[in-house]
Write a protein that binds this ligand. Structure first.
Ligand SMILES: [Cu+2]
Length: 259
């Protein structure tokens, strides 16, 4: 079923759980195709069978067979199977189950008209304090990170570039500075609205290195189409090196320097 879904033109899947989404997409499309063909054939049959030339007199009693009721019943059963055998277990086991802080790497993604702000805790693993009063777009501090905070000194910030390690669970803590956006990475099969005032976690495990696109999947204003970021998946050692280097640069450049 996964292969069937791919044949429909889905992007490559580099997420540990992505195959389950693809299976749902495959089943839904297959069953909708059967329904489409079935109802189409029935429609044509009814037009020919009950054409006016052969039925000059209307039949007030109408259909006597229960075949269509059974068909409707079968459709309901199939939809219940799709919902309770595929979708609900996936939601409960993957989407709603966010790994504990100890078993996953955490990164903050703060959406904004029209860019993705990324905040890494740095080598100490603790996010520095952020304060709306410290937001300085001209200094590239879009999220108000406090560099004087003990935990904030080694933090790393990037714009529109999310670097992550492969083969380990990642939790993205997603929020928004202004309006509703949606964090969409097709190759990871994740899509989640970013809602002002909420921090919404989403998790995935990437299985292959490479550079892919992050799209905003919620019309968020005049620059929505330009709200495009990139995700680069790296070997864990390479990622650790990158993070340490950027953290070092940030600390050497002093408290007013942001990248
Ligand atoms: Cu947006």
């Amino acid at each position: 079923m996964v292969e069937f879904a791919r044949a429909l033109g889905l992007p490559i899947d580099i997420s540990a759980d992505g195959y389950r989404i693809d299976a749902i997409i495959g089943w839904v499309h297959l069953l909708m195709f059967v329904l489409f063909v079935g109802w189409g054939v029935f429609f044509i049959y009814a037009m020919i069978r009950f054409r006016r030339r052969n039925n000059p007199q209307a039949d007030p009693q109408g259909v006597r067979s229960h075949a269509t009721s059974y068909l409707e019943g079968a459709v309901v059963v199939i939809e219940l199977v799709l919902l309770f055998a595929l979708s609900v277990p996936f939601w409960a086991g993957v989407v709603a189950r966010v790994p504990e802080p100890s078993e996953a790497m955490r990164v903050r993604v703060i959406a904004q008209q029209f860019q993705w702000n990324i905040h890494y805790a740095g080598p100490d693993g603790v996010f520095g304090r952020t304060d709306p009063a410290l937001v300085r777009p001209q200094e590239n501090n879009h999220i108000g990170l406090d560099r004087d905070d003990l935990f904030g000194k080694d933090d790393v910030m990037t714009n529109n570039q999310l670097n992550l390690p492969v083969d380990q669970p990642v939790v993205v803590e997603l929020s928004s500075l202004d309006v509703v956006h949606s964090f969409f990475v097709p190759v990871l099969r994740v899509k989640q609205d970013a809602v002002p005032g909420l921090v919404i976690p989403l998790s995935f495990t990437a299985t292959a290195t490479g550079k892919h696109e992050i799209a905003c999947a919620q019309l968020c204003g005049i620059g929505h189409a330009q709200m495009r970021g990139f995700i680069t998946l790296m070997e864990p050692a390479e990622f650790e090196r990158w993070l340490a280097e950027r953290s070092q640069e940030a600390q050497e450049a002093g408290p007013t320097s942001f990248f």
